[in-house]
Design a protein around this ligand. Structure first.
Ligand code: PTJ
Length: 258
């Protein structure tokens, strides 16, 4: 890790970036993960680097969906493994779900490293190293999935997913929860629940919500899902960007020369 002082105004963002760089150096994150992180940072800047009200509502729906699921699975790629490994393991334990390493730029070596990384954080059940099924409609490497894991899941939590695979999972009849800072991406528009938030904020929020809602009546959880409208959430997420930009405009105006 580089020696950025905690007093630096962009400390949190720079530390997140460092974790992705470290993930690449350790062979956990793909090089393309750096580009994805840069894109995410840009969108995060536009929403004001905070959990918006729309994201908080999506996180609540995601917690309800995970708690109601019969066979939930948490999918982990190279970026999630670098940024939130402990939180993914903690969430999996709280809802009694397995994890599955499911990467876009697949190499068997990276799958193994991510699985070992998750086990070092206490993960008990990690699928993905021995795939035995294929997601229909995807090419060979990207279709790989595991029976008892993603292939048989009713709800898949899959942060930072590729649009094609997200569509393929939905076509299989699964409910898909994603975390994606770009509210316009195909993944964001295809998922059942889209959390437009940084994964480093979304995971701690989800863990708290699952803890809070664990004892709730099933009917109350189902009520949250019935009232949830993902298209409206995406629309509100875009509006939050516009509002944030409009608010940020005046100081820039003052800086411009007379
Ligand atoms: O480890 P692999 O091989 O599975 O590869 C993972 C990446 C993320 C590289 C791969 O799936 C990919 O290329 O993804 P995309 O198509 O670049 O999409 C990533 C999406 O995640 C973009 O819409 C980004 O805005 C968003 N994103 C990036 N960083 C974050 C994020 N969303 C939430 N939190 C972040 N930290």
């Amino acid at each position: 890790m580089s020696d950025v002082p905690p007093s630096h105004p962009r400390y949190a963002s720079l530390m997140t970036r460092e974790k992705v760089v470290e993930g690449v150096e350790r062979g956990i994150t793909g090089r393309n993960g750096l580009i994805a992180q840069g894109r995410g940072e840009a969108f995060d800047y536009l929403i004001g680097e905070r959990t918006t009200a729309a994201a908080a509502e999506a996180e609540r729906a995601a917690a309800a969906m995970l708690l109601l699921a019969e066979r939930p699975v948490l999918s982990v790629n190279g970026n999630a493994a670098a940024l939130v490994p402990g939180e993914m393991v903690s969430l999996a334990k709280r809802i009694g779900a397995p994890l599955e390493v499911n990467i876009f730029y697949r190499t068997e070596e990276r799958v193994r490293r991510i699985a070992d990384h998750l086990r070092s954080f206490g993960a008990e059940e990690v699928f993905g190293e021995e795939p035995d099924a294929a997601i229909p409609g995807l090419d060979h490497a990207r279709a790989k999935a595991t029976r008892g894991g993603i292939f048989d899941a009713d709800v898949v939590f899959v942060p930072l997913e590729d649009g094609d695979r997200c569509e393929a999972l939905v076509r299989m009849g699964k409910r898909v929860i994603t975390v994606d800072l770009n509210p316009l991406s195909r993944t964001a528009r295809t998922s059942t629940v889209t959390i437009v938030d940084n994964v480093v904020r979304a995971l701690p929020n989800l863990i708290s919500l699952v803890e809070e809602m664990a004892g709730w009546d099933g009917a109350d959880l189902a009520g949250i899902l019935e009232a949830y409208d993902n298209t409206a959430i995406l629309r509100r997420s875009v509006e939050e960007v516009i509002t944030h930009l409009a608010r940020s405009f005046s100081p820039l105006d003052e800086l411009s020369p007379p």
